[in-house]
Structure formats: structure tokens, C-alpha cells
Design a protein around this ligand. Structure first.
Ligand code: IMP
Ligand code: MG
Length: 178
């Protein structure tokens, strides 16, 4: 498959591969949560594309809610420290919730969000990610469901951006200049 976009170096996962893998993971999640309702919590904006694709494949009753985060203070001075810029619309007390991420890299973001959400009294909390780059992990976090493990390359597509571009690509690709 040749990439049409000039900045794309190599396609890591084609649109077909991504869709097929999401269907597999959705089946796993549906089995795990059979008989329950599940709230998917997406992190704006990256996880929106994955969350909607996943949600459409789930067979359990699903609710969705979103939050967004931004770096806390000086980005360079405090790596991995984030704050919630836009919070969820509704509470999650007593609910089964699943944090849905586009990518888990160092793990700082997911750890912060899991701790924050856990403090709101959900019945259970899970973590699902489209991409997992374990080679760069700094803090260990439990990843319950993941679609793909990726090498140490900066990637775009299926929600992931470079300067807010490429989110709408149906495939996942590495950029020419890392
Ligand atoms: P971390 O796990 O806290 O290091 O941060 C993960 C966040 O960094 C993700 O939610 C993305 O927004 C961003 N990110 C990390 N790696 C990539 C990449 O390869 N492409 C695009 N965004 C990335
Ligand atoms: Mg993100």
C-alpha cells in the first residue's frame, strides 16, 4: 500500500487491519462486560476516532462521555503532569467505566486519569488503548485491552495527530521526520 500523503514514511497498520483488530477487541470487551452496562470515557481529541469505531462494535449497552486534558503549567518543567481542562458531563459513581486512549506512551497521562476517575467511586474501571508503546513506558499501569503494540516511532492517523493534522487518516503511519 503506497501512502498518498507526502509526509508519511510507512504505513504501520492499514485501514483494514485497524478495523479488523478493533472488531476483535470489541468482542473481547463485550464478552468481559456481558450483562452489564459500560461507560466509555474518551480523552479529547485523539481517542475520539477509536472510541466511536469501538463503540459501534460493542454488543453491551454503552454510554459515552469525554474529558480533555492539557499540560499543567510549564510543559518542559514538569513532564507528564497534566490537568483536566474539560471534565466529564456526568458522574460515574457505581458505573462500570472504561478509559479509552489513543496511545499509551510514558503512561503518565493514563495513570493520572485512572487515579482521578477512581476517586469518583465507579463500580469498576478499565483501560483500553488503540496503541501501546511499551518501550517508552516510565510508570507502570494496567492495560486491560489494547489493539496494537508499536515501535518507538512517532505515529499519526486514526485520531493521532502531528500539529493537529492527520487525525482523519483511516490507517496508522509513521511520519518521515520523527
Ligand atoms: P503519555 O502516555 O502520558 O506519555 O502520553 C500519551 C499522549 O501523548 C497521547 O495521548 C498522545 O496525545 C501523545 N502522543 C504520544 N505519542 C504519540 C505519537 O506517536 N503520535 C501522536 N501523539 C502521541
Ligand atoms: Mg492523547
Amino acid at each position: 500500500m503506497s501512502a498518498t500523503e507526502p509526509s508519511i514514511d510507512r504505513v504501520l497498520f492499514t485501514e483494514e487491519q485497524v478495523e479488523r483488530r478493533i472488531a476483535e477487541v470489541a468482542a473481547e470487551i463485550s464478552a468481559r462486560y456481558a450483562g452489564r452496562e459500560l461507560k466509555l470515557i474518551g480523552v479529547l481529541k485523539g481517542s475520539v476516532f477509536f472510541l466511536t469505531a469501538l463503540a459501534r462494535r460493542l454488543t453491551v449497552p454503552v454510554r459515552v462521555d469525554f474529558l480533555s486534558i492539557s499540560p499543567f503549567g510549564n510543559q518542559k518543567g514538569a513532564p507528564g503532569v497534566v490537568r483536566i481542562a474539560k471534565d466529564l458531563d456526568e458522574g460515574i459513581q457505581g458505573e462500570h467505566v472504561m478509559l479509552v486512549e489513543d496511545i499509551i506512551d510514558t503512561g503518565f497521562t493514563a495513570r493520572y486519569l485512572l487515579q482521578n476517575l477512581a476517586g469518583r467511586g465507579p463500580e469498576s474501571i478499565g483501560l483500553c488503548t488503540l496503541l501501546d508503546r511499551t518501550t517508552r513506558r516510565i510508570v507502570q499501569i494496567p492495560v486491560d485491552f489494547r489493539c496494537f503494540e508499536i515501535p518507538d516511532r512517532f505515529v499519526v492517523g486514526f485520531g493521532l495527530d502531528f500539529k493537529q493534522l492527520y487525525r482523519n487518516l483511516g490507517y496508522i503511519a509513521a511520519l518521515k521526520h520523527d
